[in-house]
Ligand binder design. Structure first.
Ligand code: ZN
Ligand code: ZN
Ligand code: FE
Length: 745
């Protein structure tokens, strides 16, 4: 007889881990207990050594599907002669049960029950279990139990309670457990918010309306979707008109993998990602034979595709049997609607039908958007299904830390020990609603993960709403404030998720980031580590006529670059005057703005309806790269200043010669790729550093990212890219946290 005390860290709570331990111990006739403690699982178990070995072996090798064991340690202890194996209540004194699971797509067992006419949850749109269902989106506080979720208003019926309390049941301690007798109800409303029908009839009503080309607002896990028939030109055009979303692509939901492969091409990795429990939107190459109307993603060679992830989606997709547009339920760039009254009001005039229910969404959570790039995942928006799973930091945080992120595509991150809890996507904090959610969700995460920050990290930009929040909390709670330069945070985020902790060459390309000299940076080569950096090279500064106006109107950047290059004869007179008088013309080294300028020069687009649109279209237009790029010149060596003028003059010459725009786009991409290689080579020669990180929103451009990585590897560099957080500003908070971890107290 012996007894062992086992401690397990990782994603082990809210994923059916304790019942699994219970069943395993019982099967092996071992006695003792299991309990949750400050985010870990503690087990004490006694029996004969071979059984104990088997127990440990099974724990490590066959944990429940959603569990992720990061570390498992054990030590022998004195036997106690237990005669049972028990699941102990959570240890509230030590912080209680810490909830860390994201929302999970309906599992196969629940799906089977959903379509089994003899099951008591047959056709019930709120079916879930320990292995699936809502988590983050319904939680209102800690410790995680039903009374601190939006399910608190539903009293479990006797049958549900029996399942909930039975350690061998799939619904043991599944907080959102419910059934048609005791759980939420779905209702269909008309365009004016009047009741039409409930339950099964509501699904029927939804299907009929979508078939008729109507637009529906559907309450999902993290917010409302707007939906319509993806093959109906008129419906999609009407949705676009009503939503005032001129060109931004819509995502499409397909019933299953086979249905999706009719209208897009995918490889094994992509289909695996589509089917993963997070069920993200995956960007896939649209097939030529697609029945999806082009209005879904105009001009876009890619299509954002997802598979059903709630029981309602499954019921809907089975009944309707065709792909459906599923886009965030909001007007243009506002945050997604998630409260019923609010949704009916805000989506009035857009939706013909509302599918609502009385399980409240507490945390608004958008769909995640991701893709496969060179056989690895490249996240573009990390949100539902991913957040708040922790990301492991190689450096241990000595103090609990809050990192508030940036301003656009914002996320925040809370750190404790080696764990970084990077939040769901909060959107653009200049929207009041988004900012309010940011404030509230920071507090919620602090409670959920039992992290009381003693330090707060923010962007160097003084006017970001997140920076102001950080300063005011630092002042009122007497916390240490760490201001992190934007591109240093990009680089550190990429280092952190790749487990790097030595100096790197950080290639940081994006639209906008506040520089240490007060200029707008964005075409940067940094050399440094978590602790410090030096700006080793950057694009030549040019004016941004009109500041933010230059982001929405790329023709302004084209003029600014032409004037800078001495070929501005035909430039707009007002722009010239603004530049001459330095009136509202911040200077920038932004790579995003250089892409904008070139896109405008090729005649691709003068104005954009969302940031980065011109650059994205330049990538589509290129479709590949040529061998011959434009001249690359630079001056100085600390920092190296990359001259954009020869590039601009060569582009102008090509345009004048009527070189096809696609060729110009290909040459421009080649130029930037070779520029990266050239500068990195020079920096390596001087510093002996051969590790390169590629970070910043510009690296959402797959053509640029893939070719740069390949060329750098050819030249003997080790290249690291983003796989866990987005290269864009959604990854800033992780970088800030990693930098804080390396900063002395
Ligand atoms: Zn399930
Ligand atoms: Zn029930
Ligand atoms: Fe950025």
């Amino acid at each position: 007889m012996e007894r062992r005390a086992i401690a397990i860290q990782g994603i082990v709570q809210g994923v059916g881990f304790r019942p699994f331990v219970f069943r395993l111990a019982t099967a092996l006739k071992l006695h003792g207990f299991v309990k949750n403690q400050t985010g870990d699982v503690m087990i004490e178990v006694e029996g004969d050594s071979p059984s104990l070995d088997r127990f440990l072996n099974e724990l490590q090798n066959h944990p429940p599907p959603l569990a992720k064991i990061e570390t498992l340690t054990w030590r022998p202890c004195a036997t106690r002669g237990d005669v049972t194996f028990e699941i102990h209540d959570s240890d509230r004194q030590t912080g209680g049960e810490i909830f860390i699971s994201p929302d999970i797509a309906t599992c196969d067992d629940c799906l089977r029950e959903l379509f089994d006419p003899s099951d008591r949850r047959f056709g019930y749109p709120f079916i879930n279990c320990t292995n699936c269902g809502p988590r983050l989106t319904i939680v209102t506080g800690a410790p995680y139990d039903r009374s601190r979720t939006t399910m608190r208003t539903f009293a479990m019926c006797e049958m549900c309670r029996a399942e909930y309390e039975n350690p061998t049941d799939r619904r043991f301690h599944a907080q959102p457990t419910c059934c048609p007798a005791c759980g939420p109800t779905m209702r269909a409303l008309d365009a004016d918010g009047r009741d039409i029908c409930i339950g099964d009839e509501a699904v029927e009503y939804l299907v009929e309306n979508l078939r008729d080309g109507k637009i529906a607002a559907i309450k999902g896990l993290g917010g409302y979707h707007l939906a319509c028939d993806a093959a109906n030109d008129f419906a999609v055009a009407e949705l676009r008109r009503r939503k005032h979303r001129d060109e931004k692509p819509f995502a499409v939901m397909a019933g299953d993998l086979a249905a999706a492969s009719v209208f897009c091409n995918m490889d094994a990795r992509e289909s695996e990602l589509l089917l993963s429990p997070a069920r993200p939107i995956v960007l896939l190459a649209a097939s030529r034979l697609s029945t999806i109307t082009p209005a879904v993603a105009p001009g876009n060679p890619l299509l954002g595709v997802m598979l059903p992830y709630t029981p309602l989606h499954h019921l809907l997709m089975r009944k309707i049997g065709r792909p459906i547009v599923m886009t965030s339920g909001n007007r243009s760039d506002e945050p997604i609607a998630h409260h019923d009254a609010d949704a009916v009001e805000r989506l009035a005039g857009i939706a013909d039908v509302f599918i609502v229910h009385n399980r409240e969404i507490h945390v608004r959570c958008d769909d995640s958007v991701t893709r496969i790039a060179d056989a690895a995942e490249l996240p573009m928006r990390r949100s539902r299904g991913y957040a708040p799973s922790p990301i492991r930091l190689s450096r241990r945080l000595t103090l609990p830390t809050l990192a508030v992120g940036g301003q656009l595509k914002s996320t925040f991150a809370l750190g404790r020990g080696h764990q970084a809890f990077v939040s769901h996507h909060l959107g653009d904090l200049d929207h009041f609603e988004a900012y309010r959610a940011f404030e509230r969700d920071v507090k919620l995460y602090e409670e959920l993960f039992d992290v009381r920050p003693r330090r707060v990290a923010c962007d160097l930009h003084p006017d970001y709403a997140s920076t102001r929040y950080a300063s005011s909390r630092a002042a009122s709670e007497n916390l240490k404030l760490i201001a992190v330069q934007h591109h240093h945070a990009h680089m550190a985020g990429c280092m952190a998720e790749n487990g790097l902790d030595r100096p790197v060459i950080g290639v940081c390309f994006d639209g906008t980031g506040y520089g240490t000299d007060g200029a707008v940076w964005g075409g940067e080569f940094l050399i440094g580590d978590f602790r410090s950096f030096r700006r080793a090279a950057h694009l030549r500064y040019v004016p941004m006529p009109g500041g933010d106006m230059a982001i929405r109107e790329p023709w302004r950047m084209a003029d600014a670059h032409r004037i800078d290059s001495g070929i501005g004869e035909n430039a707009n007179v007002t722009i010239r005057r603004m530049i001459d008088r330095k009136f509202n013309c911040p200077i920038t080294s932004s790579m995003g703005r250089l892409f904008d300028a070139v896109a405008a020069m090729t005649g691709l687009r003068e104005r954009v309806s969302y940031e980065g649109q011109a650059a994205i279209e330049l990538e589509w237009l290129a479709g590949g790269v040529t061998m011959d790029g434009y001249p690359i010149e630079s001056s100085g060596d600390d920092p190296i200043v990359i001259d954009t003028r020869p590039i601009i003059r060569a582009v102008a010459e090509d345009v004048l010669k009527k070189t096809p725009a696609a060729v110009v786009a290909q040459r421009f991409h080649r130029t930037i790729i070779e520029l990266i290689v050239q500068i990195c080579r020079r920096l390596r020669d001087a510093s002996r550093i051969q590790c390169v990180t590629l970070s910043g929103g510009t690296f959402n451009n797959l053509l640029l990212s893939s070719h740069s990585a390949a060329r750098l590897r050819e030249e003997g560099f080790s290249v690291f890219r983003h796989r866990l957080v987005p290269p864009g500003d959604g990854g800033i908070s992780l970088g800030q946290l990693a930098i804080a971890a390396a900063t002395e107290e």
